[in-house]
Write a protein that binds this ligand. Structure first.
Ligand SMILES: Cc1cc2nc3c(=O)[nH]c(=O)nc-3n(C[C@H](O)[C@H](O)[C@H](O)COP(=O)(O)OP(=O)(O)OC[C@H]3O[C@@H](n4cnc5c(N)ncnc54)[C@H](O)[C@@H]3O)c2cc1C
Length: 369
């Protein structure tokens, strides 16, 4: 009887008993956490495996969602739809976990390059852009140098990703569907109707390994173009009530910490904070931050960026039990809730993904391999 209650969720194959799941998820960063939560919400049995790395993209990200990006102030791809979906999702997570994860945060951007000013000014009058951008004066801050040309970006927000994934991990552990372990590809047995991994059997496996996905032997034909990010966390007594973007972004975090970053390296040999990174961060900071910076932490991680800057989502072209949810790049906070849901629609109901994110767009690369 006791045996039955301890194992009531699990079915067994004889003579070799295996625990049966609907979906095994590899990686519990933002992508894996959100996909697991959405799967559980749909009544799926999930099992998540994560190696517990400390410096992952999700753990050090600012979690900023910025509607207007780049030097030319361009509206982020599908912003209205994605941000409405993301906001609802994160609010639901707040209700589920009883914690605060999402913070409205006006963003003030400094424009140094005067070549773009006319274009930006025109956008402040435009019917699609006007509600997002307005000329503003930065409220005087003792520790930020005055800048002559600043714009306020409305409808930005920040999600505390590291706290969110920490809350998810505790929840997954509590309901017994989490294992801290390094996933080994040579132990995966792919059959036509299911997959097996160690003592588990599942209909589907979804790889959410972030930048490590470029070493995944099933999906290594995809054009990952990872970038290394480096940042400081600064101790600062009087925090801003807005995010401030000059050469670097300053984003208020916790009670006395300013997130300050991030650098973007296309070439790198490791994922550790570097002396070069420290030097460049200090140089950039000097341009607009007045006090001697009190560096609380210097952090680095690799972003799962992609050549065409769109996510890598979908079903393996020939091994139909294998899926990928990756390539969230610099915008995981905005993209993950909406596209996690789309991926589950594909897995459950065979509903097509948006073409721009579907890995089917790289079928020729797989054929060429
Ligand atoms: C400096 C920096 C700043 C950023 N700022 C922002 C921002 O402001 N806004 C925003 O939206 N995005 C930002 N991002 C990007 C954001 O972090 C990513 O889009 C997102 O977090 C990626 O999530 P992920 O789950 O795909 O990958 P990851 O966070 O890398 O998670 C992958 C997980 O898989 C695990 N894993 C990998 N291989 C294995 C294996 N073999 N076995 C077991 N586990 C494995 C890893 O341990 C990890 O936990 C930033 C990134 C960086 C680096």
């Amino acid at each position: 009887m006791i045996w039955y209650f301890q194992n009531y969720q699990k079915t067994f194959d004889f003579p070799f008993p295996k625990m049966r799941e609907d979906i095994i998820i590899i990686g519990q960063g933002l992508a894996g956490s959100i996909l697991a939560l959405q799967s559980i919400e749909r009544g799926k049995r999930v099992f998540i495996i994560d190696e517990g790395k400390i410096n992952t993209s999700s753990k050090i990200a600012a979690g900023l969602v910025n509607p207007i990006t780049g030097r030319r102030f361009v509206k982020s791809w599908k912003f209205d739809e994605l941000s409405a979906y993301a906001r609802n999702f994160y609010r639901d997570m707040e209700a589920r976990f009883g914690e605060h994860f999402i913070f409205d945060l006006p963003l003030i951007r400094v424009v140094e390059d005067r070549r773009f000013v006319d274009d930006i000014e025109a956008k402040t009058m435009d019917e699609h852009y006007g509600k997002f951008i307005q000329r503003t004066e930065v409220p005087k801050q003792s520790y930020i140098a005055d800048s002559p040309l600043t714009y306020k970006v409305n409808h930005a927000f920040r999600v505390d990703i590291s706290n969110l994934i920490e809350a998810c991990r505790k929840y997954f552990e509590k309901i017994g569907c989490f294992l801290e372990s390094n996933f080994k590809f040579d132990r995966l047995n792919v059959q036509e109707g299911h997959i097996e991994y160690e003592n588990r059997k599942a209909s589907t496996i979804v790889f959410c390994e972030g930048a490590a996905g470029r070493n995944n032997p099933f999906f290594d034909y995809l054009p990952f173009q990872p970038t290394k990010g480096e940042l400081f966390e600064l101790k600062q007594d009087h925090l801003l009530h807005f995010a401030y973007k000059h050469d670097l972004a300053l984003i208020p975090k916790d009670s006395d910490i300013l997130w300050c970053g991030a650098l973007n390296f296309w070439e790198f040999t490791d994922d550790k904070p570097s002396n070069e990174g420290e030097m460049i961060l200090l140089q950039k900071l000097k341009k607009f931050y007045r006090p001697t910076p009190f560096i609380h932490r210097h952090l680095a991680a690799i972003r799962p960026t992609v050549k065409d800057r769109r996510p890598l989502i979908g079903q393996h072209p020939s091994l139909k039990r294998l899926y990928i949810f990756n390539g969230l790049g610099t915008k995981g906070t905005l993209l993950a809730p909406y596209f996690g849901n789309q991926l589950l629609d594909l897995i459950e109901n065979n509903e097509p993904l948006l073409k721009e994110v579907d890995i089917g767009r790289f079928a020729d690369l797989q054929n060429a391999k």
